[in-house]
Ligand binder design. Structure first.
Ligand code: ZN
Length: 76
């Protein structure tokens, strides 16, 4: 029944994880289907390939955040 709802009304995506400011992972509340945003800003299914890309992006993103926070501390 849950899948039928998606087929009729479309998926009910919610943000599952923020990878970077621009890239997020989405998960359908009804059927659990997962999507993400690729390099072209298009919504694509969250395949193993994209999961890998996102984990790399997330690591780079976090490193940048750490660096900018360190800089802020130095400026203080
Ligand atoms: Zn769905």
């Amino acid at each position: 029944m849950k899948h039928l709802h998606c087929a009729v009304f479309g998926h009910n995506f919610q943000i599952k994880r923020e990878v970077t400011y621009f890239v997020k992972e989405y998960r359908c509340k009804n059927c659990g289907k997962e999507m993400t945003i690729n390099g072209n800003g298009e919504m694509v299914p969250l395949t193993t390939k994209y999961k890998h890309i996102n984990s790399v992006l997330h690591r780079v993103h976090n490193k940048r955040l750490e660096k900018s926070q360190r800089w802020l501390m130095i400026e203080d």
